[in-house]
Design a protein around this ligand. Sequence first.
Ligand SMILES: [Cu+2]
Length: 203
Amino acid sequence: MPMENNPVELVDRAFYFILGFSFLFLFAITAVMIWFVIRYRRSRNPVPSDVRGNVWLEIAWTVIPTLIALAMFVSGWQAYTGLRTVPDGAMEIKVYAQMFSWIFVYPNDKETENELVVPVGTPIKITLTSEDVLHSFYLPSFRVKIDAVKGMTTYAWFYPDKVGDFVFHCTEFCGTGHSSMDGALHIVSVDAYETFLEEEVDE
Ligand SMILES: [Cu+2]
C-alpha cells in the first residue's frame, strides 16, 4: 500500500541528494586538484597566470553552488514538512515515556508497554509526553525521531505500509536503564488489530 509523499521516501530522497552531491564534489575537486598540481607545477608553469576579473568564471562559481544549495534546502524542507504534516484520517495513539519504558494508549484506552501494535494501511499519529525526564522516541524504519518532554506534548506520524515487526529505541540518555528502553512496533492486518484491541491485557 504505497502512499504519496510518504516521509520515508522524502527523507531518503533528501539524504541521497545531499550525499550524492557531497561525493560528486569530493571526487571532482580531488581530481581537479591533482590535475592542477601536475599541470601547473613550478617546473612546467614557472609564471602563474592571473585569473582575477574573469566575470563568467565568477558568475559560474557563484550561481551553480547557490542553485545546488537551494535544491538541497528544498529537498530537506519537503522532507521536514512531510514529517510534520499529519494526513487526514490518522489514528492517534498516546505515548508516555518514563524511566524506563514506553506506555502506549490506544483509542479504546487499552494500554501496552514497549509493544506498539498498529493496523497496516492507516496513518498513525503518536502524541508523546514524558512522566519524568527527557526521552526520545526513535523509530528508524519510519524515519521518526521525536523528543518526549515532561509538561509538553509533541507529535510525530508514520505510515505503516507493510505488515511486519520493527524496532524502536529511546535516543535521549535518560538514566541507568536507558539502554533497556526499547521495544517493538508490530504492524498487523486490520482484523488482527481489531482482535488485539478487544483482548484483555494479560499482565
Ligand atoms: Cu529514555
